[in-house]
Design a protein around this ligand. Structure first.
Ligand code: HSE
Length: 426
């Protein structure tokens, strides 16, 4: 029986998880593949570092050539993260005719085009299920099982850290800074949480998901991004009173025949929406196809074993393709070129929390500014939790109009400040 040899680049959390899973279920995996499967070398920066799994120390090397330059290695598994030097390593592996599996969202979001072009020209696989939402299968389902559909929308909760923070704020009434500090203490949030709380992690993921969903490359810089740092306990309570929960949503939407809109921001979503009950560090992706209708994928979006599961799934797929001589089957699916609309063109409802004076005419003055900018009001609550605040929900309106109204409101003598405004996703 043939032996397929794998080289791992990186042996951190995900690398260790994938390695442990491969070994734990090796017999079954080999039967599923129809070949023997062996991890031949593992490239690391520091061979003396403690690892969370049992392994043969002879596998470890600091020399990347032990994988990239070894003609016996059929599959390279890139788990080092970041763009440099991962990009160069992946391109070299593909040029050498090796199959590549990666869980590197930043690399794929920024360099997916060049990598997939290289993979295609060598008829190699480049698989990256672990790059988005950890253990949740979504890349291959979109490229394969759902490929018959025209996808109109893909949206989800794709960052576990921010979902943990917002869930705690919602379920326990805690303030943002307290929950963040607790999450850092428990290891759910990084010491530097910027990439998660400012939405950058979700920005990479929705760029990848939208590129696949709409068969057109969406660059990271085309994704509008706003994090959760301005969401307060007041917003969460007002949202609940209005029948909503606040989530950090990543949304890609098809717009007309040749445009898309892609964004990451906190959003009020109706309590009855399936995404509203996705709590703690869980992720979920909700997709609407013209044939399948609504589908939702739910699970653990990060962690050693969930992401290891996605990586091993890709390894099994590429090993099967090697056995059957059909690598490179699923090429780049970005065969169209759609314009990405600016956030000003978004049409949605808005929630506004405004700190106001208690004088007669205050609400009328605010309503006047909204009306003058074409913003129609669905509801207003001036008797809300805090008497000096008024909470407004608008009807759907273009974001450019909303921004103009907010600018004008901020200079009204009756308005102390526009404390927050959050998009409402129906
Ligand atoms: N930091 C990410 C999250 C996991 O909180 O979901 C890795 O993408």
């Amino acid at each position: 029986m043939r032996t397929i040899k794998i080289g791992l680049l990186g042996f951190g959390n995900v690398g260790s998880g994938a390695y442990a899973l491969l070994n734990a279920n090796l017999e079954d995996i080999q039967r599923k593949v129809g070949a023997l499967v062996e991890v031949k070398r593992v490239v690391v920066r520091d061979t003396s570092k403690a690892r969370p799994v049992a392994y043969d120390p002879a596998l470890l090397t600091t020399d990347v050539e032990a994988v990239l330059g070894d003609p016996e290695i059929d599959v390279v598994c890139e788990l080092i993260g970041g763009v440099d030097p991962a990009h160069e390593y992946v391109l070299r592996a593909l040029r050498a005719g090796k199959q590549v599996v990666s869980a590197n969202k930043e690399l794929i979001a920024k360099e997916g085009e060049s990598i997939l072009r290289e993979a295609q020209s060598h008829s190699c696989d480049f698989l990256f299920e672990g790059a988005v939402a950890g253990g949740i299968p979504i890349i291959l389902p979109m490229k394969s099982s759902l490929a018959g559909n025209r996808v109109d929308q893909v949206k989800g909760i794709v960052n576990g850290t921010t979902n943990y923070i917002l869930s705690k704020m919602t379920l326990e009434g805690a303030e943002y800074s307290d929950v963040l500090a607790e999450a850092q203490r428990l290891g759910y949030a990084e010491a530097d949480p910027t990439s998660d709380v400012e939405g950058f992690d979700a920005q990479y993921k929705i760029a990848i998901l939208s590129s696949i969903a709409f068969t057109s490359r969406v660059s990271v810089e085309d994704v509008y991004v706003e994090g959760i740092t301005r969401v307060s306990q007041s917003d969460i309570r007002y949202a609940r009173d209005l029948g909503y929960v606040i989530k950090l949503l990543a949304v890609g939407t098809r717009s007309g025949t040749d445009c898309v809109q892609v964004r990451v921001h906190p959003a009020l979503i109706p309590q009855r929406h399936p995404l509203a009950s996705v709590n703690d560090a869980f992720n979920a992706i909700f997709l609407r196809g013209d044939a399948v209708g609504d589908v939702m994928f739910y699970g653990r979006g990060a962690g050693m074993m969930p992401t290891g599961s996605a990586v091993v799934g890709d390894l099994i797929d590429t090993c099967r393709n090697l056995v059957h001589g059909c690598t490179g089957r699923i090429a780049c699916t970005c065969y169209e070129s759609r314009k990405v609309l600016p956030i000003d063109d978004l049409v949605t409802k808005y929630y506004l929390r405004i700190s106001v004076s208690d004088c007669p005419g205050t609400l009328a003055a605010i309503a006047g500014v909204l009306g003058a900018n074409g913003v129609s009001i669905e509801s207003v609550r001036a008797d809300a939790h805090d008497k000096a605040e008024a909470v407004w929900v608008t009807h759907a309106v273009r974001e450019a109009n909303m921004r103009a109204a907010i600018e004008q409101m901020e200079v009204l003598p009756e308005v102390y400040s526009v404390e927050n405004w959050i998009r409402v996703e129906e």
